[in-house]
Design a protein around this ligand. Structure first.
Ligand code: GAP
Length: 482
């Protein structure tokens, strides 16, 4: 049973130290969230799983970590300065601002009317769409709003000094493209190969919201896979879709909460010739099935657009250099065919935060104990669980038991994340660990002092077994393996 809605996860996340509203002591900051002790572990485990899967377990992918702030020209030639816009409309009555495309999408789906292109935009002038906030139908014309977050660089920089203008990256991908030759030549890579990067990205979203689903600061896990110009690009998109679907299943996501969405040609990003989104059912409470889904990640065929745009050689129809500012040619020389070309790119781009939210929603379950009390159990895949084992002394006023429990915790810590907890009765301690997804609780009791064994309790079945302390680390490691 997944979580019935995102609100259930918001409350669990705050109650148990996964995610807190940011800047709360100053009244908060809209749609900004801080990851607490358990949240940071969960995020790290998702990122590590991804990195292990792509960079370590495959032979054809390298990792990098580029700057968040890049030369402004990167964004000029990537097309983001000119086109990384969302359409914005203002309600003239309540002054709230909305994404025009989202309002059009909702209206056209509910009313079965054409919402594409100009027909969609006309819905505002024709007063068809009601403001979700005040219900009025008085709108400004939709206009483009650039989503890149601006900053200025340098001590002497004036706020309006165009020469000091810089952006916080809206995608990690460009840091990969501008390093393509560095990686390819230093690691002597032959095509096909990929470069992966995980890190923060920033977008000045018009309508952030739904907890960590859409925020202005978020983390991406992106990989650019460089292939030949004559590769079967559209098929490769399907291949990567299949691989990511499998990876999401290993994280514990339920197949029935995942589905694919072929992005229509009219909605493709400026660099994409084909994009397939993997959608997750973030809104199971909505009656209308179509409104239950939101993008978890996208897999795009970016052609050779980016490497070409950042290169100094390509020219336009009139023979003029497309990029007179670049000092490099990011083309690739294929030794086998003696041909030089700009590699084409398949890009799987996933969000860390959206993956974490999906994982939390699918892991959520409830179970009623013998006393008729309902308990929350977070059935996280063991590889993702923030804490793998909790060591609980059955009598906290008995120094020998406490000493033994703490020694077990210390002995496990080098091989897996373990905690010691004696802040409540055993029932409460079990419940707390179930709620944060700890796969195993280890209880140390009077008997342990005599037989050097402990009780291992399974989170999902609540079954208990007696294990010798000397075998404990190996026993747990075996059971934690995916
Ligand atoms: N380089 C391609 C790219 O950035 P995208 O579809 O715009 O593609 C990729 O972003 C992923 O990043 C999304 O599928 C989503 O998981 C995550 N993402 C994008 N915007 C986000 C936001 N405002 N808040 C949280 N995650 C976001």
């Amino acid at each position: 049973m997944p979580a019935p809605n995102i609100d259930t996860i918001v409350s669990l996340a705050k109650r148990r130290g996964f995610v807190f509203p940011s800047s709360e002591v100053y009244g908060g900051l809209g749609s900004a969230w801080d990851y607490g002790p358990l949240g940071v572990e969960l995020c790290n485990n998702v990122k590590q799983s991804w990195w292990r899967w792509l960079v370590y377990e495959r032979d054809d992918i390298e990792g990098i970590d580029s700057s968040i702030i890049l030369n402004r020209m990167v964004w000029q030639y990537s097309g983001h300065e000119a086109t990384f816009h969302d359409p914005l409309v203002d309600c003239r009555e309540c002054k709230n601002r909305f994404r025009a495309d989202k309002l059009i999408e909702d209206y056209s789906r509910s009313n079965q009317v054409d919402g594409s292109g100009d027909a969609g935009n006309r819905l505002f002038a024709e007063r068809k769409i009601a403001c979700p906030n005040c219900g009025e139908r008085s709108w400004t014309d939709p206009r483009p709003f650039n989503m890149m977050l601006r900053t200025t660089l340098g001590a002497a920089a004036d706020e309006n000094d165009a020469t000091a203008l810089a952006y916080l990256r809206p995608e990690t991908a460009q840091g990969i493209f501008i390093n393509f030759l560095n990686v390819q030549t230093t690691l002597r890579r032959k095509i096909p190969f990929g470069i992966a990067q995980v890190g923060k990205s920033f977008r000045n979203e018009i309508t952030p919201g739904n907890f960590i689903l859409r925020t202005r600061e978020f983390e991406q896990m992106e990989m650019e896979y460089f292939v030949k110009p004559d590769a079967e690009h559209l098929k490769l998109v399907d291949e990567w879709v299949g691989l990511y679907m499998e990876w999401f299943l290993t994280l514990g996501l339920n197949q029935s909460n995942l589905r694919l969405h072929e992005v229509p040609q009219t909605e493709l990003a400026h660099y994409s010739r084909r994009t397939v989104d993997i959608m997750y059912r973030y809104f199971p409470e909505r009656d209308e099935e179509e409104r239950q889904w939101e993008e978890l990640m996208g897999i795009a065929y970016r052609t050779d657009f980016d490497l070409r745009s950042h290169s100094n050689k390509p020219t336009d129809d009139e023979g003029k250099r497309i990029n007179p500012d670049s000092t490099e040619d990011l083309s690739y020389f294929d030794e086998a065919t003696k041909q030089r070309f700009y590699p084409h790119v398949i890009e799987p781009a996933a969000g860390v935060n959206r993956t974490v939210l999906a994982v939390l929603m699918d892991a959520y379950s409830e179970r009623t104990n013998d006393k008729g009390e309902t308990r929350v159990i977070l059935k996280l895949s063991p590889q993702l669980a923030p804490i793998k084992a909790a060591i609980l002394p059955l009598a906290k006023n008995k120094p020998e038991i406490v000493g033994m429990a703490k020694a077990i915790k210390r002995s496990l810590q080098p091989v897996l994340r373990a905690v010691y907890d004696d802040t409540g009765g055993i029932g409460k301690l079990y419940a707390r660990q179930d709620e944060i997804g700890t796969p195993f609780c280890i209880t140390v009791d009077h008997q342990s002092l005599e037989d050097e064994a402990v009780t291992v309790r399974d989170r999902d079945t609540w079954e208990q077994e007696r294990i010798n302390i000397s075998d404990l680390a190996e026993h747990l490691q075996k059971r934690l393996k995916p």
